[in-house]
Design a protein around this ligand. Sequence first.
Ligand SMILES: N[C@@H](CCC(=O)N[C@@H](CS)C(=O)NCC(=O)O)C(=O)O
Length: 212
Amino acid sequence: MIKLYDFLPCPFGQKVRIMLAEKGLTYELVPVDLTQGEQRRPDFLRLNPYGKVPVLVDEETAVYDSTIIGEYLEDEYPEPALMPPLGSSALRARARLFEDFSDNSFTPQVGLLMAEMHRPAAERDPQRLQRLSQAIERVLDYLNHELHGQWFLAAEFSVADIGFIPRLLVLEHLGIQPGLNRSNVDAWLKRLQERSSVQTLQGVTIEPGANV
Ligand SMILES: N[C@@H](CCC(=O)N[C@@H](CS)C(=O)NCC(=O)O)C(=O)O
């Protein structure tokens, strides 16, 4: 039985939950409450020395980091594939680049905007809010360009799309309309929201959390 150590609002855990749902894998969710510092408990640090969720444990194998967990799932449970097929090296590189980009340049920026928006209105820094919103809008423009003539970022639905989903779903709550004047992003988002793997995340995505 697969176990997933996770904190529901964590976007990286949400990536993994989409992957597991897409592959039709059942798992036991083991909650790690980041607000209580449970990620720093010795038994959890033995699973992930970085003290971060998500961690996936499959029998004797413990894997951390959402991207590496995705690679493990792809190796161990290859069908349905969430990467372009072997042999299409350029497309596989494109999928990996987008996943990396979402993890490093989109998800954290939206997280910072969420944190700023959760502050009492009087304590928010309007310039910071504007800077963060503009950075996110620029990523959306870039995605709109890259999605031209494509259903998904790397041909078929893949880890490239999955990386963006958790934070794409919260943008409207932060005053950003991802599909406004971006018809490719608009159609892509609708396509993503139709997937049952994505629908399972609705409702948990906008909870405030610690250090997410
Ligand atoms: N690169 C990691 C990032 C994981 C991560 O940043 N997890 C956050 C929650 S979303 C965490 O566990 N933070 C707890 C801490 O830093 O103490 C991944 O892709 O899994």
